[in-house]
Design a protein around this ligand. Structure first.
Ligand code: BEZ
Length: 211
């Protein structure tokens, strides 16, 4: 059974590039992004890990801890990090899980046997401070992901949690947002005293709240 949005992210112990971790304990009260890549020392993965390393401050600013995973060993991860540094100009400072027996990968449904029974697909799980899975995606090995999009989803989730707003298609920071349908107009008056634009009763647009 696949992990579904709202499920508790399974806890596990694993060896990583920063030593053994207990996942939930490592997450603490932070948000988390757990992502798998198919294989160390492969081209698309090398670019992805470099790009993610460069976003270190962006993840930190949002209170997000990032952790990678593949079926490779810690030793492979450590050696490959040097290649990433050399070719992508970025140091991977987030931990990488070594999952050679695919224990964690299977727990999270990262092995899609009809794609490959030897490597994970490119999965991403965004996990909130209550350890709930809030976003999942699965990409094929041949398509590198857009990690700016993952930050965008984190921004959207955090806005929803803080302000009861949702984000429209192709939303970016600073664009108007939408009052979630579960908020009545009476409640909206308290939450958004400056008002909103009602395009339809179900489509109420408001300036992006600032924290
Ligand atoms: C890559 O990262 O380039 C890659 C990894 C596994 C299969 C195909 C491509």
């Amino acid at each position: 059974m696949a992990l579904l949005l709202g499920d508790v992210a399974p806890d596990f112990e694993a060896d990583t590039t920063i030593g053994k971790i207990h996942f939930h304990e490592w997450l603490g009260k932070s948000w988390g992004v757990l992502f798998s890549h198919p294989k160390d020392y492969t081209p698309v993965c090398t670019t992805e890990l470099g790009a993610t390393a460069k976003l270190k401050n962006e993840f930190a600013r949002r209170g997000v801890k990032v952790i990678g995973l593949s079926v490779d060993s810690v030793q492979d991860h450590v050696g490959w990090k040097r290649d990433i540094e050399q070719t992508q100009g970025a140091t991977v400072e987030f931990p990488m899980i070594a999952d050679p027996d695919m224990r964690v990968a299977n727990l999270y449904g990262m092995i899609h046997p009809n794609a490959s029974d030897r490597f994970t697909v490119r999965s991403v799980f965004v996990i909130d401070p209550n350890k709930k899975v809030r976003m999942t995606l699965n990409y094929p090995a041949s398509a590198g992901r857009n990690f700016d999009e993952i930050l965008r989803v984190v921004d959207s989730l955090q806005l929803t949690d803080r302000h009861k707003v949702a984000t429209p298609v192709n939303w970016k920071q600073g664009d108007d947002v939408i009052i979630v349908p579960s908020v009545s107009n009476e409640e909206a008056k308290k939450l958004f005293p400056e008002g909103w634009k009602e395009i339809k009763p179900y489509l109420r647009v408001v300036r992006q709240p600032r924290d």
